[in-house]
Design a protein. Structure first.
Length: 480
């Protein structure tokens, strides 16, 4: 099973990054995190929303625990960074080490050096795993960190671990001038196959050679097979072959451990940015809450703030929060208002909160309840910036064509955020086109949230299960 601090099950691929930019989450988190690489990874996780309570709570619990125990996050990040550095070091050394095989032109000294390097690298990996085991301790409670601890303990708490660590120490100090027993056992848990490498080798000691005390012959090490090579080249070949086989075995163990645990380092970046976001919200005096799950397409939000405005405004107290509630079975939210009233800001605030909620993060509201959507789709008119000059199709036809591409991605359980589409049409023509498109969206089992200047649209939806929000000149909702 794949080890992850972000997902209980296999992560879904991001459907589209357009919502990230339409809701200005890229700008929000550029105010939070200056590290572009870390920020981009964070946003890539946000772009793949979780769609179940179990997954959302899994991530929330890890975030809560790391937020309260930041030394754990810092220590884990440091040790996993070391593992990633060892992985990079291993890749660079691979050409050299794995070129040392049983080749005629390879010297025993080169094979010995490759083995020493691999043993030293694996030893550092094993010691890092011991440190991670110690850091996680006995007090952790989140399912994600417990899974990580369990995976570490499966390795570090077995007697074979100590044997392997001791073997690495022995091989790290290997000398070709003395008799050495090459033998150790490895248990491969992933495949459930136990295998052993039993290459026992000594350089033969001539009968006439004496030990320090000349009256006493020097004994060959116990349990060693005396290899009687016919020539110097045979001895060299056997030595290189034995050393190379052990090097390969140690390298395989190191590679498997690095492949399993190194991805956790990048996942910790997500939590580091999430904690920075939480700290920034608290510094700005914004309310924070974890959204509750609601069934039947119900939104219930109290004092929702737009994080972009809050992070960039000199004084967030001047920002007007929004509160609203929809009824069970609501199929859409229609947001109306004059130019400059803040319609798009409200839509952006809802979309931002929805994505953060489904990423397991707190949202900038006093209280909030959200449905969990299978996909979050957005289509903002300002994104269609460049219409082909002189195109025989009019602006309206091009808008319809672009919108059709978005509608084709709509599926059951998704939410579609639409902002100021059909700006080039008159009110009646545009409202009628909107009605047909949104009716189709509802037929697929999705809901929609629409900002429009087309006031005639409200009358067309009079008999539909929708919520109409009107934003006045004071940027407040007139009726709910």
């Amino acid at each position: 099973m794949q080890l992850s601090l972000l997902n209980r099950e296999k992560a879904k691929a991001a459907v589209s990054n357009s919502a990230i930019y339409h809701f200005s989450l890229d700008r929000v988190f550029s105010e939070v995190c200056a590290d572009a690489e870390k920020r981009d990874y964070f946003l890539s996780v946000i772009a793949a929303p979780l769609d179940s309570d179990k997954e959302i709570n899994y991530r929330r619990d890890v975030l809560r625990e790391l937020y309260e125990n930041r030394h754990v996050l810092q220590s884990l990040s440091s040790l996993l960074f070391e593992l990633c550095s060892l992985r990079d070091q291993k890749k660079k050394a691979a050409r050299v080490h794995f070129g040392v095989q049983a080749q005629k032109n390879t010297s025993p000294e080169s094979a010995r050096n490759a083995l020493q390097g691999e043993a030293a690298l694996l030893k550092r990996i094993l010691l890092a795993l011991l440190s991670i085991d110690d850091i996680l301790g006995e007090d952790i409670s989140s399912e994600g960190l417990l899974c990580l601890k369990s995976a570490i303990c499966e390795i570090t708490r077995k007697p074979q671990f100590t044997e392997l660590l001791n073997a690495c120490t022995d091989y790290e100090d290997l000398s070709l001038s003395r008799c050495t027993e090459f033998a150790f056992h490895i248990e491969n848990e992933r495949s459930g196959v136990k295998y052993s490498l039993m290459r026992e080798m000594t350089v033969p000691v001539p009968e006439e050679r004496r030990g320090i005390f000349r009256a006493k012959k020097e004994k060959t090490a116990d349990k060693c097979i005396i290899i009687e090579p016919e020539s110097k080249e045979d001895r060299k070949s056997v030595t290189v072959s034995a050393l190379s086989d052990i090097t390969y075995s140690l390298s395989s163990i190191a590679r498997e451990l690095l492949e399993r645990f190194c991805p956790i380092y990048r996942q910790l970046d997500f939590y580091a940015v999430a904690i920075e976001y939480t700290d920034r919200c608290r510094h700005k005096g914004l309310p924070l809450c974890y959204g509750k799950h609601s069934d039947e397409k119900l939104f219930e939000i109290t004092e929702l703030y737009d994080p972009l405005l809050a992070f960039t405004a000199p004084d967030s107290r001047n920002i007007v929060p929004h509160s609203f509630k929809t009824e069970n079975g609501c199929n859409g939210i229609l947001i109306l208002g004059d130019s400059g009233s803040g319609k798009t800001v409200l839509l952006r605030s809802i979309g931002c909160a929805q994505l953060l909620h489904q990423a397991g993060l707190p949202v900038t509201a006093k209280e909030a309840s959200f449905p969990d959507f299978s996909a979050i789709i957005s289509h903002f008119a300002e994104a269609e910036k460049n219409f082909t000059a002189g195109n025989s199709a009019g602006r309206f036809e091009q808008e319809v064509a672009e919108l059709a591409k978005t509608v084709d991605t709509v599926c059951n359980g998704s939410a579609v955020f639409l902002n100021e589409i059909f700006q080039s049409t008159d009110h009646k023509e545009g409202a009628a086109a909107l009605f047909d498109i949104l009716d189709y969206v509802n037929d697929t089992g999705a809901i929609w949230l629409l900002v429009t200047h087309l006031a005639d649209a409200a009358g067309l939806f009079a008999n539909k299960s929708i919520k109409i929000l009107h934003i006045n000149e004071e940027h407040q909702i007139d009726y709910k």
